[in-house]
Ligand binder design. Structure first.
Ligand code: KG4
Ligand code: ZN
Length: 344
């Protein structure tokens, strides 16, 4: 059995974990920065990078201690090398390089999205390639076809906001605080999902991509009109978002009938209305549906260590001068999508 030390610092979670290739999580720690960023209603890159720099090294010492291990017991050091906020990514990657150099163990520079893409296999031994992955978080919004380790095809992405970002921005509009997803979901429980007419951007369009900027703007207008209760806006927003996701999945997966499993990952996977809709969608197509436990769905280091474990048999490692990549598409052949308001 191999053991990999994983480091994650690409957004606002500082995390370290030790994972065995037998799927045992030997130790893991995670520190969220929600409190630091809450006053700003979103992640502030400079604050995030500083917090990672303060916390990561003691956290690595702590997970080794938790597992009763030393670096000598590890077979590789896996660190997120992108995509993400560059300051944070550099903290984790440089730490990983230093540990790899000092211990003589191979460095694995992991694509954060690959961590998400493979994490369902850490939780579920029976999940075989290929499968369809819906990745919906604050920073990512993609549908991927996962054919094997290193074999990812992006079927859809967002032309503007990520889905979690739309939840966060809607929450901010209604003064619900950050992170907004859970707050919107709680409020939506008391609301009427058909009360507020909201758009479903790109619904029915031939390309399977997502767009949420128009939905968010409509939430702003509904809120400012003073005509609707926030609970009704929250419920209607959530319903519109779910409708969009299901419609986009239908389009993205047409022609991919060989995919027999649908997996959801990312923070928005916590949303119960979303889960129920995805479950029904999968059942209707005779696909198995799985969602990894929430701790593996949101950003964490176990998924980075696991991506390293998946690579151990392939004997792939990366050089010590590997560059941190703020942008790093999982599927390099995917065409860039340009839409209104797309980020450069
Ligand atoms: O995966 P994650 O922890 O971090 C990244 O963004 O990578 O995802 C966080 C996102 C936030 O946008 C948050 O608002 C959203 O996931 N989220 C939810 C829920 N819980 C978290 N969105 C909708 N409903 C939820 N229950
Ligand atoms: Zn993530």
């Amino acid at each position: 059995m191999g053991v990999v030390l994983g480091l994650e610092s690409s957004c606002d979670e500082t995390a370290a974990a030790l994972v065995g290739s037998d799927r045992r999580i030997l130790a893991q720690r995670i520190a969220s920065q929600d409190e630091e960023h809450a006053p700003y209603g979103g992640v502030v890159p400079e604050i995030a990078a500083r917090a990672h720099a303060d916390r990561l090294a003691p956290m690595i010492a702590a997970v080794l201690d938790d597992a009763g291990m030393t670096l000598d017991d590890c077979d590789a050091i896996a660190a997120t090398a992108g995509p993400g906020l560059i300051g944070g990514v550099m903290v984790g990657l440089v730490s990983g390089k230093a540990l790899a150099m000092a211990s003589g163990k191979p460095l694995m520079a992991i694509n954060h999205l690959e961590g998400h893409a493979l994490s369902p296999r850490l939780a579920d031994e029976s999940l075989r390639f290929p499968y369809a992955l819906l990745l919906v978080s604050g920073g990512h919004c993609q549908i991927l076809r996962v054919d094997g380790v290193g074999e990812y095809r992006r079927l859809a992405t967002t032309i503007d906001d990520a889905l979690g970002e739309a939840f966060d921005k809607s929450a901010k509009i209604m003064g619900l605080g950050y992170p907004g997803g859970p707050a919107v979901e709680r409020l939506a429980m008391q609301g009427d999902a058909s009360a507020v007419p909201l758009p479903r951007p790109l619904l029915g369009s031939a390309e399977p991509h997502f767009s949420f900027a128009g939905l968010k703007s409509a939430v702003l207008r509904a809120h400012e009109s003073g005509q609707y209760a926030d609970a009704d806006i929250a419920a209607s927003f959530q319903q519109a978002a779910v409708n969009c996701v299901i419609d986009r999945l239908e389009t993205a997966l047409s022609g991919h009938g060989d995919l027999r499993s649908l997996v959801v990952a990312g923070g928005v996977a916590a949303n119960m209305t979303m889960r129920a809709a995805l479950e029904a969608f999968a059942a209707g197509r005779d696909m198995a549906f799985t969602a990894p436990p929430m701790a593996l769905c949101t950003d964490n280091a176990a998924m980075i260590a696991w991506a390293g474990c998946e690579r151990l048999p392939l004997q792939q490692s990366d050089p010590l001068d590997f560059r941190a990549r703020p942008r790093w598409p999982l599927d390099p052949d995917a065409e860039p999508v340009r839409g209104a308001g797309v980020k450069a």
